[in-house]
Design a protein around this ligand. Structure first.
Ligand SMILES: O=C(O)CCC(=O)C(=O)O
Ligand SMILES: [Fe+2]
Length: 349
């Protein structure tokens, strides 16, 4: 199908100060601001969780979070507040540059053909598609030899150095969570760490949600679950907007300065045979304030097949998901996202 493109990035449109929003962004439903409450997700102390002799409460909190919300906050995670602030600040500086500067990293080849990496907004596949109210920068960071540095910002000048350090630190957070997750499933402690040993994929995504005159009509990001093992999010300290769906009800996700949010992904739900949950979440817009999030997506090697861990399967606990190659999983992702459906549901047995 011929690609149809919107002519403006969201940030440029928002900057015009219009009180209306273009029709491509308008959602055809009305429930999306009806929020019950704030999600009671736990805060897990990662330092204590990693101490074998003194981690009782933290393990219980982690288990409860993984089996109900699929979401939790972590504190004492080893990333200095100053580095988190730097990462947020250089991201904000990047988005605040003039359009011409950001377009040097565009995600449109020859101004036309969409590629996931780079700066821009949604891939537009038809003129009836509903767009999200965000611009983003999307960078593959692992395997490191597959980085396309032509779309890695050179300005602000410290962007790459800060990101390099942030990547290493977030990787450490991921690696210190995986053994506890495996133990909760009574798998070998290094079960998940081993899965990540062979050229896994990591993607960094910088989301910029400009202020929006009609939060009642427009999504920052439509409902979805992440196609990852897990996702680490650093969200704006001052502006909420992330919401999670549980038992048919939407909840606000709380934030705390310098905490990180951990969001389990579909591939963890599959490998845990449904014991751990990959939450459906979305972002709503804010009429007064812009919002930024920095997100690290952790996937295995895309050539790998995933399935429920064989150790979890027996006569009483049959496999609940079919085996799937990660690459094939990702191939169907965007279409499902647009339809408001989930790839994982097509694999349920
Ligand atoms: O901005 C956020 O808080 C969430 C972003 C998100 O869900 C995503 O990038 O997949
Ligand atoms: Fe997400």
């Amino acid at each position: 199908m011929e690609e149809v493109r919107s002519t403006l990035l969201v940030q440029e449109f928002a900057g015009m100060g219009s009180k209306a929003v273009p029709r491509q962004y308008v959602v055809q439903r009305e429930d999306h601001l009806a929020i019950a409450a704030t999600a009671a997700i736990p805060i897990v102390d990662l330092g204590r969780l990693s101490q074998p002799d003194d981690n009782g409460d933290e393990v219980v909190k982690l288990q409860q979070a993984m089996e109900t919300w699929g979401l939790f906050l972590v504190t004492n995670h080893g990333i200095e507040g100053a580095l988190m602030d730097d990462m947020m600040n250089v991201s904000r500086e990047f988005f605040h540059q003039p359009l011409e500067e950001k377009q040097k990293y565009t995600n449109l080849i020859d101004g036309k053909h969409f590629q996931p990496e780079g700066y821009g907004n949604d891939q537009v596949k038809s003129d009836t598609q509903i767009l999200d109210w965000l611009d983003r920068l999307y960078l593959k960071v692992d395997p490191a030899d597959e980085r396309d540095l032509s779309v890695w910002p050179k300005h602000p000048e410290s962007f790459r150095d800060v990101l390099d350090e942030f990547i290493i630190k977030c990787d450490g957070v991921k690696n210190s969570l995986l053994p506890s997750m495996a133990k909760l499933l009574k798998l070998d402690e290094d079960y998940f760490v081993r899965q990540f040993s062979d050229r896994p994929t990591t993607v960094a995504r910088f989301n910029y949600y400009p202020q929006c005159p009609r939060p009642d009509l427009v999504y920052g990001i439509k409902p979805h679950s992440d196609a990852t093992i897990l996702t680490i999010l650093m969200v704006d300290n001052d502006v909420g907007g992330l919401q999670v769906l549980k038992d048919g009800v939407w909840y606000d996700v709380p934030t705390k300065p310098h905490n990180l949010l951990i969001n389990l992904g579909d591939h963890m739900e599959i490998m845990s045979n449904g014991i751990f949950k990959s939450p459906v979440h979305r972002v709503i817009t804010n009429p007064e304030k812009e919002r930024i999030s920095v997100v690290m997506f952790y996937l295995l090697n895309l050539e790998k097949e995933i399935e429920p861990a064989l150790e979890l399967i027996d006569e009483k606990h049959p496999a609940r998901y079919k085996k799937v190659k990660i690459m094939d999983y990702l191939a169907g992702l965007f279409e499902h996202f647009l339809q408001g459906t989930r790839v994982i549901d097509t694999l349920k047995i």
